[in-house]
Design a protein around this ligand. Structure first.
Ligand code: NI
Length: 230
């Protein structure tokens, strides 16, 4: 699964996030890396339990909760609280790695909760013209996508993919990243449900509550009921 969701943040919330990032107390990105990742990870991150991180996290979570497309694509059950990273200067890249399969939340209200990382998300927080490089490259997917998005746009991709962040050679790249456990673990089933849901939205716009649209909506929910773990 690889889905780009435009404008998860825009306008006021995006500006608030960018203002908070200007005062952010960046630390070593290896704080949340596993053994393999730590060897290839060279970036900076906000401390997980800092008040600036908490304020930013709130903005990102509110953006996600407003997005119908995010909900449809991810069918989230648990979201690992979003974190924030900075690439630039001497800390400017993250080589090939795979995200850990299960993460334990070590701070805040959900402390101790475990999240199976079905999907990884990167929400870009500054303008792509501000920096050179910094593409998120995902291996093993058709065309090996290199992703660099406008501020406020989100990419969701299967956490099973080997990926990297290319070196930032000019300026700085700011982003939020997170993982989530989906109600539907299987990537193919989740993609099928999302495709069906998006087409149902179009059908509903075109035909209102026609009998066949209601019936198909029922089929969507029955498939979700069959596959969801809650
Ligand atoms: Ni990663």
């Amino acid at each position: 699964m690889l889905i780009v969701i435009p404008k998860v943040l825009s306008g006021e919330p995006l500006q608030q996030a960018q203002a908070l990032l200007r005062e952010a107390p960046w630390g070593d990105g290896r704080a949340t890396a596993g053994d393999q990742s730590a060897q290839v990870k060279n970036n900076r991150q906000l401390p997980q339990d800092h008040e600036v991180t908490a304020a930013l996290r709130q903005i990102v979570l509110e953006g996600l909760s407003r997005s119908l497309i995010f909900f449809s694509a991810a069918l989230p059950r648990r979201i690992f609280p979003p974190l924030f990273n900075h690439y630039g200067g001497r800390s400017n890249a993250f080589g090939n790695h795979i995200d850990s399969a299960v993460r334990t939340i070590t701070f805040g209200e959900a402390m101790g909760q475990q999240v199976r990382t079905d999907l990884s998300g990167t929400l870009f927080l500054n303008d792509p013209d501000d920096y050179d490089g910094g593409e998120l490259t995902i291996e093993g997917m058709h065309g090996e996508p290199r992703i660099k998005l406008p501020a406020g746009d989100l990419v969701l991709y299967s956490a099973t993919s080997v990926h990297r962040v290319e070196p930032v050679t000019r300026g700085e790249r700011l982003a939020s990243f997170f993982w989530l456990q989906s109600m539907v673990r299987d990537d193919g089933r989740r993609q099928l449900l999302h495709d069906m849901d998006m087409n149902l939205m179009t059908l509903r716009r075109q035909h209102g509550d026609a009998e066949s649209v209601v019936a198909l909506t029922g089929t969507y929910h029955n498939l979700l009921r069959m596959w969801a773990e809650v």
